[in-house]
Design a protein around this ligand. Sequence first.
Ligand code: HXC
Length: 257
Amino acid sequence: MDYQFILTEVHDRAGLIRLNRPKQLNALNGTLIEELAAAAEAFDADPAVGAVVLTGDERAFAAGADIREMAEASAVEMLLNDRIGKWERFRKVRKPMIAAVSGFCLGGGNELAMACDMIVASETARFGQPEINLGVIPGAGGTQRLTRAVGKALAMEMILNARMLTAEEALRAGLINRVVPAEQYLGEALKLANELAARAPLAIRLAKEAVNNAFETSLTDGLADERRSFYFLFSTDDQKEGMKAFTEKRKAEWRGR
Ligand code: HXC
């Protein structure tokens, strides 16, 4: 498939989506978001792919929504276009998604990284929500996901006062999973994605759903949903194979059935 602002590749069983507007620091315009959603959905539907990595380039993962594109928009245009509504398509991706971040990861860029399931960062990565400098606030989950990830104190500072975090600070705050040397961040993310892709697919899918559910529901309902998914997995061939392989002291062969 030919895209204008992204590139896609497959590395073993990991699908890779590269944001490709390097001159604009991968600023997210409407077409790019459309393409991103379409590519993520295509990988989600592709049985050859078990997990997806989303990346930018060395200088920037993404420096936010495209400011030039929205600068003159009216509230009514923003509402009718509802570009951010399209981000919901991302949330529906069932396979694990990993953001591989180098350089600027700001505004909508940080929101995009946080919409993934895990974040692997280069030591050069910088995370922030600088929308306040433009007279607005985050619009694609920044106030919600960042607060859940790093807590109120740091989220307030980042969102109200445009504080940027280094990769090490983001790691300590619980925003990201790993920090690696600059030349390794993409390889590390692809390695992690391939590890996930080699695991039992149905269990991976329900595990992702269950963890995300922890942010949506009461503990009682979350525990009940988790338990139902756990019991359900006993109807799969993979559960029988996984437990049999354990007792036979061999590696399980997953079928996703
Ligand atoms: C459009 C952008 C952009 C953006 C950078 N560029 N960020 N264009 N939208 N968000 C463009 C610049 O205009 C410039 O183009 C080129 O990329 C390189 O950027 P420079 O500013 O020259 O680079 P540098 O001096 O290294 O500064 C990097 C930077 C700065 C600190 C990241 O670019 C910056 O502050 N960018 C904006 C960050 C931001 O405010 N993000 C939040 C956006 S609002 P030219 O043509 O001049 O060379 C948002 C809301 C999300 O994300 C809502 C939900 C989707």
